[in-house]
Ligand binder design. Sequence first.
Ligand code: ATP
Ligand code: MG
Length: 405
Amino acid sequence: MQYNEIMVRYGELSTKGKNKKKFINKLVQNVRFALYDFNQLNVTGERDRMHLELNGADSDLVLERLKSIFGIQNFSPVMRLERDIEKMKIVAVDMVQELYSEGKSFKITTRRADHEFSLDTDEINHLLGSEVLKNIDGIKVKMKNPDINIRVEIRNEGIFLSSQTILGAGGLPVGSSGKGMLMLSGGIDSPVAGYLTMKRGVEIEAVHFYSPPYTSSKSLQKAKDLTSKLAAFVGNIVFIEVPFTEIQEEIKRCVPEGYSMTVTRRMMLRITERIREKQNGLAIVNGESLGQVASQTLHSMLAINDVTSTPIIRPVVSMDKNEIIDLAQRIDTFELSIQPFEDCCTIFAPATPKTRPDLEKARRYEARLNIEELIQRVMDNLVFSEIKVGETSEIQQADKYSSLL
Ligand code: ATP
Ligand code: MG
């Protein structure tokens, strides 16, 4: 069937009261951005539905891209008709016919948003149902779990018929909840944390600490490739490289080994906070999972969190490793994350970091560093870039999103 539109249903957005318009506008903007290369598309956001007029664009390609846009509950390729009952009958029969094979059952489900329309929902269900029965030999009506369900929506904008409802990514439109700085390592957890935060409408910028020559350009590239994977949900993401070598060497020189991890994390958090201020962000996001390693015990979190009052979002804090891995596989970051490249934190990691660091001691040891000067030097040497979906590297060839740009 040659569909002429795609209809998008919002879900949770519909409950946003006064802000609803703002959310819908954001979503329209994100959808336009994700589909920017389909010149002929016309996207309009109405109160309850978004309409994508295809004007000849390939509906399969458009449907595929819509799947990763947050703020969409579900969507359907539809035939939009004028308010003409005869046309409605023809299209309904055609749609069923296309999906029908012997033994299959069907049902018509009508929603009427326009109460001025001459027929009510039951009348439309009956009218179209009997038309199908008349035209397709052997087909049966089934109310519960039919093989074919034709959804009919009678709206002010027109009449819409669809036979397929595709689950959207859910969540809220990215950017509708402000911006957060994602502390992105090359591991499994932080990309998942970034994904989950974007899902709730937060735009993210990726902050990555690296320590050349202790860490190689490949491990930096890996973090960029992970960012590119996350960009599949938004189009592009700002990536911020933080040169961390000098601070790590200073910590190694000045701080007792048991506390080097705690102090390192405190420095990372301080720097991320400075970057957040600079970039007008509202929160910091990380991939900490409670009890996973020494730096992620509650004692450690207390000693590390001490340096900032910025909200820290920890989307995977209560998840088990295998739950995180499941998500990483779903968003296609897992294979990249398990590639063995060194991370700045693991290289300098002490053999036995304290799982119960004492806050006062951490502060005292840290005072041996020239904190302000060290941070300022880092801030002066940040490297900003913008990473797009599908940007590939020698590590990550054959990216499945590469067709997107
Ligand atoms: P991940 O799988 O995300 O690397 P992890 O379980 O390996 O997490 P850690 O290495 O202890 O845990 O890091 C905890 C969190 O600290 C990470 O999830 C990430 O948010 C942040 N982090 C660690 N290393 C870096 C880095 N090099 N750059 C930016 N953030 C980092
Ligand atoms: Mg890690």
